[in-house]
Design a protein around this ligand. Structure first.
Ligand code: NAD
Ligand code: LMR
Length: 338
């Protein structure tokens, strides 16, 4: 509410039209975990997005300061802060898109699955709030392990009777962002011109870049394929080790999350041809969840695109990925149904 008050306090300079109140047309977006390493730069980027009219920042700590700071940016979105569980429902009511980067990050030596015990409960609580207060919102799950937290969210929504698989999306955009950057480096291309599909999931061998399907069309030596696949699969660990105990990727992740959220909002607006990779409920393999290219629209995931032709290396990678994914999915489902 502080930014409303701020607008009302603006002195009358040019007649009553200057005192326009309320938000410009656009979408209402909530970030849960908004005071964290990802949450803060993501809040900044969403405040800059012209499709956002209202931005709700929720966390269990520090949201007043982050909200006051971000709310001074002279962009369109009205910013409101919410602190602690008693304010979760107000943070969520009326939202079109909810982005969840809440939870603990890795330290060196940990896998994403090592975060399960803490983050599973956080995601469950937040999704119970979503089911109650904004059951039609599109939900972007960032909290790790994504391979399990998305199935957890699905089970919470099923229990509440609000599950719509088209509206629940695990954010794997950072894998694509990294793949585009690393492939651009190897090919000597501007990374903005490169598009690498990355399928499977978001952990270790479940991250499967399809280097045979890079756009623009190109070819790699087998050394390049091995180097690129390994670097893309271990991109998160590269950052965790470089940060040496101070957390995992936050800035590149905020960039990736903002890019993905913008694609979801453009889909909601009705733009045509919005295609992103995302970890969603899927029938593209025998697994109930899988990351692949999806077409986004007014109802969320409107189409899951086929995987296309995979070469022998990628087919072997797919089999490995599916084994680990099956276990991570089951772990998430059992957490809610135990
Ligand atoms: P962080 O510790 O800096 O921030 C997390 C924030 O979540 C904190 O501000 C904390 O107060 C908040 N939080 C904790 N419990 C909460 C609750 N119950 N409700 C609301 N907020 C709560 O961590 P970070 O670096 O921002 O990472 C957050 C998560 O994102 C981690 O799980 C990390 O592994 C994951 N991550 C995912 C990707 C991806 O590609 N999907 C990339 C990077 C990080
Ligand atoms: C990443 O890919 O950077 C995130 O999943 C964070 C991590 O733990 O690696």
């Amino acid at each position: 509410a502080s930014s409303h008050r701020q607008m009302e306090e603006v002195p009358l300079l040019m007649g009553s039209n200057c005192r326009a109140k309320g938000a410009a047309p656009g979408f209402k977006v909530a970030i849960l975990g908004a005071a964290g390493g990802i949450g803060q730069p993501l809040a900044l980027l969403m405040k800059m997005n012209p499709l956002v009219s209202v931005l709700h920042l929720y966390d269990v700590v520090n949201t007043p300061g982050v909200t006051a700071d971000i709310s001074h940016m002279n962009t369109g979105a009205v910013v409101r802060g919410f602190l602690g569980q008693p304010q979760l429902e107000n943070a969520l009511t009326g939202m079109d898109l909810v982005i969840i980067p809440a939870g603990v990050p890795r330290k060196p030596g940990m896998t994403r699955d090592d975060l399960f015990n803490i983050n599973a409960g956080i995601v469950r609580t937040l999704c119970e709030g979503i089911a109650k207060c904004c059951p039609k919102a599109i939900v972007n799950v960032i909290s790790n392990p994504v391979n399990s937290t998305v199935p957890i969210a699905a089970e919470v929504f099923k229990k509440a009777g609000t599950y719509d698989p088209k509206r629940l999306l695990g954010v794997t955009t950072l894998d694509v962002v990294r793949a585009n950057t690393f492939v651009g480096e190897v090919l000597g291309l501007d990374p903005r011109e490169v598009n690498v599909p990355v399928i499977g999931g978001h952990a270790g061998v479940t991250i499967l870049p399809l280097l045979s399907q890079v756009n623009p069309a190109c070819s790699f030596t087998s050394e390049e394929v091995n180097h690129l696949t390994s670097r893309i699969q271990n991109g998160g660990t590269e950052v965790v080790e470089a940060k040496a105990g101070a957390g995992s990727a936050t800035l590149s992740m905020a960039y990736a999350a903002a890019k993905f959220a913008d694609a979801c909002l453009r889909g909601l607006r009705g733009d045509a041809g919005i295609v992103e990779c995302s970890y969603v409920a899927s029938q593209v393999t025998e697994l109930p969840f899988f990351a692949s290219k999806v077409r986004l629209g007014r109802s969320g995931v409107e189409e899951i695109l086929p995987l296309g032709l995979l070469n022998e290396f990628e087919r072997a990678g797919l089999e490995n990925a599916k084994k680990e994914l099956a276990q991570s999915i089951q772990k998430g489902v059992s957490f809610i149904n135990k």
